[in-house]
Design a protein around this ligand. Structure first.
Ligand SMILES: [Mg+2]
Length: 383
């Protein structure tokens, strides 16, 4: 493609983009697709990407780590004057970063495809570019779904044939903290009908008891692999049931599959896999060991993979929940398109940050409310 074919606005936005990325990376990024029209006059899909740092409202503490920011990559695919938005969220413990996503996305050449509707072909190509890189792959998948939905003039829940009245309640996460801060967070979570509590350190009972002094709302619990003894885990799950907990997510290390299978078969509560599964391929390994799965777009590579996994898990008789990382409303609203298919949603990642750049999903009376807008249903509110 020749730059002489770019009109002025495209040249300016390209320059701005190169400038921003160049500033963030000291000139590391030099390769990207260019907007425009190819030499034969056919329309091209153009992928753009920009690193961004999410600022968290509270320090986020899990069983094994703490942090105040999350690196994300904001993507756009433009085709015939329509722009689809996407996002890769990359919490450090998952191994992706601005650098890895930049390296991966620099390899993507969408100009080889004549139409954005060739979703299967495009994702076979994206998958084959490199192993792993699931968040980076998701950022292309989400932007492509947004683009295609916008061209069709329909939101994805409609394209998938899902009933928007069947969206579930979504939980609001209360991180591990001092009793005083936990009380404050419970009050912040007033609009939610279900709370999610992160456990897995040495004060689990104290945290749950503190929350129970403030509210009797149902709780779900995420241990993030923090328990190591299966009998102690069963004691804890039984106690949590008495405390009004509805399910327990990833109670033990993902490698302890036999212990988890034992726990699930004895547990009075559903045991949900999160860290133990990445893509649909993992479902057959964990089937029988867990009662259900937590699907996240950033883990499985995007909306297409997530939809497939939700249907497969349902066919296997498993419970399904949809979750997210700390993300802008772009990633969270894309995930919400699937939510009429699931038992539980944990879609609060956009509410945990102070510098969102999109408007999308809303929570009404604790329930996911899908925007009546085409594509993934977001508007850009900041750049
Ligand atoms: Mg989890």
């Amino acid at each position: 493609m020749k730059t002489t074919h770019l009109h002025k606005q495209e040249q300016t936005s390209r320059r701005d983009f190169i400038k921003k990325v160049g500033l963030a990376y000291g000139g590391l990024v030099t390769t990207m697709s260019y907007p425009g029209i190819n030499i034969n006059g056919a329309k091209n899909m153009v992928l753009r990407f920009k690193p961004y740092e999410l600022q968290l409202k509270h320090t986020f503490t899990l069983a094994s780590s703490s942090r105040k920011t999350t690196p994300v990559m904001l993507t756009e695919i433009e085709y015939d004057g329509v722009t689809g938005y996407g996002e890769a969220s990359m919490p450090p413990y998952l191994g992706e970063s601005h650098e890895t996503a930049t390296a991966f996305l620099s390899k993507v050449d969408l100009s080889r495809f004549k139409s954005p509707f060739l979703i299967e072909d495009i994702f076979n190509y994206i998958d084959a570019l490199a192993p792993g890189n699931y968040a980076a792959k998701a950022s292309v998948d989400i932007a492509l779904h947004d683009l295609v939905g916008k061209i069709m003039g329909q939101p994805w829940y409609k394209i998938w044939g899902l009933n928007p009245a069947k969206t579930p309640n979504t939980s609001f996460t209360i991180g591990i903290d001092s009793p005083e801060v936990i009380k404050e967070k419970v009050q912040e979570a007033a609009p939610y009908k279900i709370l999610k509590v992160k456990l897995g350190r040495d004060n689990d009972r104290e945290i749950v008891s503190t929350i129970r002094k403030t509210t009797d709302k149902p709780l779900c619990v995420d241990v993030n692999q923090g328990w190591t003894d299966k009998k102690q885990a069963l004691d804890m799950v039984s106690w949590l049931k008495e405390q009004g907990v509805v399910f327990v997510e990833q109670p033990m290390p993902k490698t302890a599959i036999d212990d988890i299978a034992w726990l699930t078969s004895n547990s009075p509560l559903p045991i949900i896999a999160d860290e133990a599964l990445q893509t649909a391929r993992d479902l057959k390994h964990i089937n029988g060991a867990y009662s259900g799965i937590n699907i996240k777009l950033m883990k499985c590579g995007g909306m297409r993979a997530a939809f497939t996994m939700a249907k497969m898990a349902r066919d296997m008789g498993m419970k399904v929940m949809i979750g997210c990382m700390t993300e802008t409303s772009c990633g969270v609203t894309a995930a919400a398109q699937l939510s009429p298919l699931v038992d539980w949603a944990d879609l609060d990642g956009n509410l945990l940050i102070s510098n969102d750049v999109f408007d999308g999903i809303k929570i009404k009376d604790g329930k996911v409310e899908l925007p009546d807008r085409p594509g993934i249903g977001v508007n850009k509110i900041n750049s």
